[in-house]
Design a protein around this ligand. Structure first.
Ligand code: BES
Ligand code: MN
Ligand code: ZN
Length: 500
């Protein structure tokens, strides 16, 4: 989709559809919406007075202009209550408008920048949110559907800004929004792709292709290299599969050790059957999404490169399948990780923490100022928080606060959970240093504690995104399936860090 920014009066704009907005409960619209209403002789006030449109979030109404202004249609989108307005509401409103435009078969949308200047929101952030919402809403994954009969996408969006002095910042925000949204779509594609296509080798292939396009350094470790490094935990999980594992390393400004160094780590289980501790079959298909953490890291790295953030950022993605076979690891086995730490396997279905442990050990070589891992780690996090937020664990309050700040800007929520020392008790082993499962109680706490055991003193945060990676429902920001959760959050976190 082509996106252009233009100075002008939205009333005079030529397009197939004009998009303006309304806060919930407003009966006398002002600003651009008021101007359109006036040009239409009060048509917007009329639908409001009739009670047919109240400005509720996610709602919208189409009006026909009958030749009074150049555009044949106007869409008014609801922004919800003014006092609850955030950047994410602007993102959502843009998504609602984009989907509605697609249903209407509209080719050219002209929209105002929802929320610019409202409650202290800057115009560039609002423009970014509107572009993100538009691109994310229109995303589809139809690769394996031969000739789908579907509505065609809008081809062009013009963002109309009345104030000429603001046009350059709107442009800046719009460009950033496109970069971030495209990175999210890249991550969604990786997650939506079935596991017979998205093997560890394919993950590495996609990472390498992307790295070449955006100018990242990409290294892919194969089994022999993992063996030399002593990555016995990653290799242990991979032992049950015929697909060879891959350890993907993406580097942005890798030589610049003078810059703050941040390492991102993503769980890349391309399919999690549970291994010998086999999962029940009903919804095992969902486990094609068990590489959602790795996908988010790859997506964020794409955005970091394209935004050329002044940071040294390293993305690590250990990738393997988790399958049962005659070569698979078994409950009771003892494995040795990269740093020499020994692990007793209680459940082969607690595989994510094993591959992350080797990656967290590997991260140490960069002398990082922060390490953030993302992983679809436990079903229990969904029981605790639902699909409303990821679980955030951190050994560093400053780092946790930075991430929480980024959740607000990105609209990708996370909620901080404790890392109590007592959780360590649950993962004490009689035969090794630690065991990989602490049982049902505090399943999320002990999983995070297991990961912490493999950090090497650097500030570290862990996001359990198990309930966030895939959506069972269509939302204003996308269809069912992969959400790309984490790309926006990580990118805002890094942008914030880069600002100092
Ligand atoms: N990949 C799963 C977690 C998961 C569950 C992700 C549901 C997305 C949706 C993970 O590897 C796993 O199997 N975790 C176990 C841990 C247990 C064996 C300690 C779980 O949550 O049951
Ligand atoms: Mn598992
Ligand atoms: Zn898993």
């Amino acid at each position: 989709m082509e996106i252009v920014v233009q100075q002008g009066n939205i009333v005079q704009q030529e397009a197939d559809l004009l998009v303006v907005n309304l806060f919930e409960g407003v009966t006398e619209p002002g600003g651009a919406t008021g101007a359109v209403d006036k040009a239409l002789n009060g048509a917007i006030r009329e639908v409001i007075a009739a009670g047919d449109f109240t400005g509720k979030r996610d709602s919208s109404v189409v009006l026909y202009t009958r030749g009074v202004i150049p555009a044949p249609r106007v869409l008014v989108v609801g922004l919800g209550p003014a006092e609850k307005f955030t950047l994410n509401e602007a993102r959502r409103a843009a998504g609602v408008a984009a989907k509605r435009a697609r249903e209407l078969g509209v080719k050219h949308i002209a929209s105002i920048v929802h929320g610019g200047g409202v409650g202290g929101l800057s115009v560039d952030d609002a423009a970014q949110a509107v572009v993100e919402g538009t691109i994310l809403a229109l995303y589809r994954f139809r690769k394996h559907v031969p000739e789908p009969e579907e509505d065609e996408d809008p081809e062009r969006m013009t963002l109309v800004e009345f104030d000429a002095t603001k046009v350059p910042v709107v442009e800046e925000g719009a460009t950033r929004g496109r970069v971030i949204a495209e990175a999210v779509c890249f991550a969604r594609d990786l997650v939506n792709e079935p596991a017979n296509y998205m093997t560890p080798m394919m993950m590495a292939h996609r990472a390498r292709e992307m790295a070449q396009t955006v100018g990242l350094q990409c290294t892919v470790l194969e089994e022999a290299h993992m063996r030399d490094l002593g990555m016995g935990l990653l290799l242990g999980v991979a032992a049950g599969s015929d697909e060879p594992p891959r350890f993907i390393i993406l580097e942005h400004r890798s030589g610049r050790t003078d810059l703050p160094t941040i390492v991102l780590v993503g769980k890349g289980i391309t399919f999690d059957s549970g291994g010998i501790s086999l999962k029940r079959s009903e919804d095992m298909w969902r486990m094609k999404g068990d590489m959602g953490g790795a996908a988010a890291v790859l997506g964020a790295m794409q955005a970091v490169a394209r935004l050329d953030l002044p940071l040294r950022v390293i993305g690590l993605a250990p990738c393997t399948e988790n399958l049962p076979s005659g070569h698979a690891i078994k409950p009771g086995d003892v494995l040795t990780g990269m740093g020499g730490k020994t692990v007793e396997i209680i459940s082969t279905d607690a595989e994510g923490r094993l591959i992350l442990a080797d990656a967290l050990t590997y991260a140490d070589r960069y002398r990082p100022d922060a390490v953030v891992d993302l992983a679809t780690l436990t079903g229990a996090i969904g029981v605790a928080l639902g699909k409303q937020a990821a679980g955030l664990f951190s050994n560093d309050d400053g780092l946790a606060d930075r991430l929480l700040r980024a959740t607000e800007r990105s609209g990708e929520r996370a909620w901080r959970m404790p890392l109590y020392d007592e959780y360590k008790e649950a993962i004490k082993s009689d035969v090794a240093e630690v065991k990989n499962s602490g049982g049902r109680y505090a399943g999320v706490g002990s999983s995070a504690k297991f990961l912490e055991h493999f950090t090497t003193g650097y500030p570290w945060a862990h996001l359990d995104i198990a309930a966030m990676t895939m959506s069972d429902e269509e939302t204003p920001l996308g269809p069912k399936g992969a959400t790309g959760y984490g790309v926006r959050l990580l990118t805002e976190f890094l942008r914030d860090w880069a600002r100092g």
